[in-house]
Design a protein around this ligand. Structure first.
Ligand SMILES: Nc1ncnc2c1ncn2[C@@H]1O[C@H](COP(=O)(O)OP(=O)(O)OP(=O)(O)O)[C@@H](O)[C@H]1O
Ligand SMILES: [Mg+2]
Length: 274
C-alpha cells in the first residue's frame, strides 16, 4: 500500500512526547521470554525483550512474519503471560494480580484494535462500542453517551444502528477504534490495524491515530508497512524474538481527513482528553 506522498507534511509537531519523569512508564517489559511447547520442542516466540514505553509515545513495531510481534503485544495487553521476565503496566506488576484484577486493569487501561476488527457481527456499531464499557462497569446511560461521542469522532455518527455487515471494512475498523477509545484507556494497542484496508481507509485510520497521539494518547501499533510506521514517533524492529533496532523519529503529520465531510462530524480528539 502506498500512502499519499506526504513527506512535505513532516515536521509540523515535536518529534516525540516523552512522559513526565515522575510518572511510571505505561509499559515496562523486562527480559520477556515466551516459549511454546510444540510436539516436545520449545518454540521461542520472544527471547528476552526489554522495552519501555513512556506516556504519550506512539510506537510502531515492525519485523518479519513470525518474529514475535503479536506475542509481544499479547503480553503487553495482558492477554498472555510471559514464560519468564517482568511486565509493569502503568507501574503495576502484572504478575502480582489475580485473574479478576487483571481483567479489570485490562478493561480500564487498554483499548485493543485488532486486524479483522473483532466486531460482534449481529450487533450494531453502537452496541459493539458499548460492550467493553459494560465490562468496565460503566452505567448504561453513560455507555450510550460515550459510544455516540466515540463513533461521532471517527465519523460514524450517521451509522450508529448499522450492524457490521452493513459497514465497509474501513468503517468497521473505525468502529473498532471507537470501541478502543471509548473507555478512555491509558494505552491503545493495535495489531496491523491497516492490514486489510485500502489506501484511503488506511490514511483515514492513521489520521485518527495521529490525532489521538497529538492529544497525548499512548499507542503501540504493529505494522508491516513503512508508510504506516511513518506516523509513529518511534519505531521498534523485532527480529527472531529480540529487539533489533529502536529509534525515535519525527512523526508524519496526518493528511487532512475526508471523514466528516459528508456532514456527519469531524474528528477532534480533544473530546477524549481525560
Ligand atoms: N500459540 C502458539 N503456539 C505455538 N507457537 C506459537 C504460538 N503463537 C505463536 N507461536 C510462534 O511464535 C512465533 C512468533 O509468533 P507471532 O505471532 O508473535 O509472530 P508475528 O511477528 O506476529 O508474525 P506475523 O507478522 O506473521 O503476524 C512464531 O514462530 C509462531 O509460530
Ligand atoms: Mg502477528
Amino acid at each position: 500500500m502506498i500512502l499519499a506522498s506526504d513527506t512535505a507534511r513532516r515536521g509540523s509537531r515535536s518529534d516525540e512526547s516523552p512522559g513526565s519523569t515522575d510518572e511510571p512508564p505505561i509499559i515496562a517489559l523486562s527480559n520477556i521470554v515466551k516459549s511454546y511447547k510444540m510436539g516436545g520442542e520449545d518454540v521461542m516466540a520472544t527471547r528476552g525483550i526489554s522495552l519501555t514505553v513512556a506516556r504519550g509515545e506512539f510506537v510502531a513495531i515492525m519485523g518479519a512474519s513470525g518474529s514475535g510481534k503479536s506475542t509481544l503485544m499479547n503480553i503487553m495487553g495482558c492477554l498472555d503471560v510471559p514464560t519468564s521476565g517482568h511486565y509493569h503496566l502503568d507501574g503495576v506488576n502484572i504478575r502480582s494480580l489475580a485473574d479478576r484484577a487483571l481483567s479489570r486493569i485490562r478493561n480500564r487501561k487498554i483499548g485493543f484494535v485488532f486486524q479483522g476488527f473483532n466486531l460482534i457481527p449481529r450487533m450494531s456499531a453502537l452496541q459493539n462500542v458499548e460492550l467493553p464499557m459494560a465490562y468496565a462497569g460503566i452505567k448504561p446511560a453513560e455507555r450510550r453517551q460515550r459510544a455516540i461521542v466515540a463513533l461521532s469522532l471517527v465519523g460514524l455518527g450517521g451509522r450508529l444502528e448499522h450492524v457490521s455487515s452493513e459497514l465497509s471494512g474501513g468503517q468497521q475498523q473505525r468502529v473498532a477504534i471507537a470501541r478502543a477509545i471509548s473507555t478512555n484507556p491509558a494505552l491503545i494497542l493495535a495489531d496491523e490495524p491497516t492490514g486489510t484496508l485500502d489506501t484511503q481507509s488506511s490514511v483515514e485510520l492513521m489520521t485518527i491515530f495521529s490525532n489521538l497521539h497529538a492529544h497525548g494518547r499512548t499507542i503501540v501499533m504493529i505494522t508491516h508497512e513503512h508508510d504506516v510506521a511513518a506516523y509513529a514517533s518511534r519505531v521498534v524492529e523485532v527480529r527472531d524474538g529480540m529487539i533489533k533496532s529502536d529509534h525515535v523519529q519525527r512523526a508524519l503529520a496526518p493528511a487532512p481527513s475526508r471523514i466528516g465531510q459528508s456532514g456527519t462530524t469531524t474528528i477532534d480528539a480533544d473530546e477524549f482528553e481525560g
